[in-house]
Design a protein around this ligand. Structure first.
Ligand code: PSU
Ligand code: MN
Length: 312
């Protein structure tokens, strides 16, 4: 990576050490902390997710924009600061230059985190659910920048599918058009965030981390740039009943429409309403699925470590 780009990056000592030794590193996003969950559950979850990754023998690297730097790996106090601040900007591809140049506090989305992870040489990234094509996108044009990023940036994104507030069928069509492989772990179908089964098949099922590692490295060694979606269903005991979550999602989406919520505010608004309408049960599900994804992401990163350094 060029010196110009390096000058924007600041790694924590533990991430720098892990990378220098060729040890497994897993990137984590910060929008889920600043905009996806309420305080203090957001900070507690961020710490627990990091602990899951460490326990699995990999190094977590939570990514955020602080004081004009892309920070790769945050200290505990920084996680706390991000989770409490209430004014962190939601940083996707278009926002990255502005927030870095201004020195404002930025929480990176899936798209933003993918860019930063690739710049920092990290191949695996764990999140909750990716953004996608919103319901009614025919009229609103609301398609998450996460999908474009998956089309161009070479990072494996471990998730519980696309957030169920979206149009999952259209999201999968979009990924297919852009040549983004969707790999399912543990089942044939693509996961649906709060529930296990979206009803749509993934392109392929690969349960074994070593095979998954070989798959992503093969893609990139062919020069086929872009991400891989690794779909992991929420654990059975934490999943929400489908009918209930569908009805509540419908209500939350209608409220967003009535209140004129648009653009980047839509996803945080809808997730917060679903949390309120389920009395916090959807939050418990969200936390459980992220932690589960962290286990799978760490196993993939370890398998990549076994394959040796990335030849990209
Ligand atoms: N996963 C979660 N909670 C979240 C997100 C993912 O469990 O809040 C965030 C990610 O940062 C993702 C964003 O990129 O939601 C999607 O926002 P939008 O639909 O505006 O692109
Ligand atoms: Mn959007």
């Amino acid at each position: 990576m060029g010196a110009r780009v390096e000058s924007w990056l600041e790694r924590s000592a533990s991430v720098a050490a892990a990378q220098a030794q060729g040890r497994a590193v897993v990137a984590l996003e910060s929008t889920i902390i600043a905009h996806g969950m309420p305080y203090p559950e957001n900070v507690r979850t961020a710490r627990e997710v990091e602990a899951v990754i460490r326990d699995a023998g990999a190094e977590p690297a939570t990514i955020a924009i602080i004081d004009g730097k892309i920070r790769i790996g945050l200290a505990d106090e920084e996680l706390e600061m991000l989770g409490r601040s209430g004014n962190a900007l939601k940083v996707s591809r278009r926002d990255l230059p502005a927030v870095l140049a201004s020195g404002e506090l930025g929480a990176t989305t899936v798209a933003g985190t993918m860019i930063c992870a690739q710049l920092a040489g990290i191949e695996v990234f764990v999140t909750g659910g990716i953004g996608g094509v919103h319901r009614g996108a025919q009229e609103t044009f609301d398609i998450s920048a996460d999908l474009q990023e998956l089309a161009r940036t070479s990072v494996a994104v471990v998730c519980a599918g696309a957030k169920s507030i979206l149009d999952i069928g259209l999201t999968l069509e979009y990924l297919e058009t852009h040549g983004v492989p969707v790999v399912a772990c543990g089942q044939e179908n693509f996961a649906a965030f709060y529930t296990r089964d979206s009803g749509y098949p993934a392109d392929r099922r690969i349960d074994d981390p070593a095979q998954l590692a070989a798959f992503v490295r093969t893609k990139w060694s062919l020069g086929l740039e872009g991400g891989v979606v690794v779909s992991v269903p929420v654990p059975e005991d934490a999943a929400m009943p489908r009918a209930e979550i569908d009805a509540i999602t419908q209500q939350a989406l209608e409220e967003a429409k009535e209140q004129g919520v648009t653009g980047k505010a839509v996803t945080p608004f809808v997730l917060a309403r679903i949390q309120a309408l389920t009395g916090g049960r959807s939050l418990a599900t969200n936390i459980a699925l992220v932690k589960n994804n962290a286990r799978v992401g760490a196993a993939l990163a370890k398998a990549l470590e076994q394959l040796g350094s990335d030849s990209n």
